[in-house]
Ligand binder design. Structure first.
Ligand code: TA6
Length: 283
């Protein structure tokens, strides 16, 4: 079924893209990975997402940037040796299907589903849908439904790469408490205030943080509203970007990952569903 009039389909290097353009915003979505690549509100015309100029846009690798969908595990937390299974799960490296699209008075809604939800490391029966609403805000809702007869545990994340003009003029507000520091053997540390990024940063704030705001040059730029999460992950590779093959060495200056996530293990009973939602609010 063709998408609604606000959505244009295009192909490039074997990948299919959905370009959304409505009265509120424009956006680009890759069916490879169910991967949102761009969100530009008409209110200020400023791109809210960052995609590496060296991102693989040919299906060979997960796309570096935008909003990777991490499921059914986060990072290498799959219970096997690191590298034995794909980091961040197996949804961001498969082609998704367009299930539905709709033009409403508040924007364009697109529903995608992955081609498969069972693979090595996760042999459970479930349905997954991603509902994307492109309007004055960008709403991204990842729903997992247990369609089997036994419970299962999973994790997931909307691994959003936000664009910032310059990371050294950026701070995050709204995050308090402690975090687990991946760079220091997951040791528990206290969230800094002001929350600035002055070096490699890889943190899991293990709390259902609902609202965080990215400020650039002291001005509110993008608000990140989370729901259904037990964590908020903050990542910037800093100079480590030089060792990431699909990032340019200075790419870290213009991106900041703030990831609405489940990282502590969510158990779904048969018939139950869970939705992880991130809303990107231009300020
Ligand atoms: O979300 C933070 C993180 O787990 C970092 O540790 C880093 O590995 C990042 O994700 C990127 O992961 P990727 O597999 O996309 O290179």
């Amino acid at each position: 079924m063709p998408p609604v009039s606000s959505v244009t389909v295009s192909e490039s290097n074997g990948l299919t893209f959905l370009d959304v353009d409505n009265a509120f915003a424009s956006a680009r979505i890759s069916l490879f990975g169910g991967h949102i690549l761009s969100y530009v509100p008409k209110s200020d015309g400023r791109e809210r997402l960052w995609v590496s100029p060296h991102a693989y846009l040919n299906g060979e690798r997960p796309i570096r940037g935008g909003i990777p969908v991490c499921w059914p595990w986060f990072s290498d937390d799959h219970g096997r040796e690191k590298g034995a299974l794909p980091a961040h799960g197996f949804l961001r490296t498969q082609v998704w299907k367009l299930i539905h699209s709709e033009d409403t008075e508040s924007g364009t809604t697109i529903t995608l589903s992955p081609s498969f939800t069972r693979a090595e490391g996760f042999e459970n029966d479930c349905n997954v849908t991603l509902v994307i609403t492109v309007g004055e805000t960008m709403d991204v809702a990842l729903t997992t439904e247990n369609t089997g007869v036994v419970p299962f545990e999973f994790n997931c994340a909307l691994h959003t790469y936000f664009h910032v003009d310059h990371i050294q003029h950026t701070q995050i507000t709204g995050i308090e408490g402690q975090y687990k520091d991946k760079l220091d053997d997951w040791g528990l540390k206290t969230t800094p205030s002001p929350y600035t990024i002055t070096g490699e940063t890889d943190r899991i704030h293990v709390a259902p943080i609902k609202t965080a705001e990215i400020e650039v040059e002291g001005n509110a730029f993008t608000e990140v509203v989370s729901d259904g999460n037990d964590s908020l992950v903050v990542w910037n590779p800093w100079l480590g970007a030089a060792s990431i093959s699909d990032m340019d060495p200075f790419g870290y200056k213009h991106m900041l990952c703030v990831e609405t996530s489940l990282t502590q293990g969510k158990t779904l009973s048969p018939g139950a569903s869970h939705t992880l939602k991130q809303t990107i609010v231009p300020k």
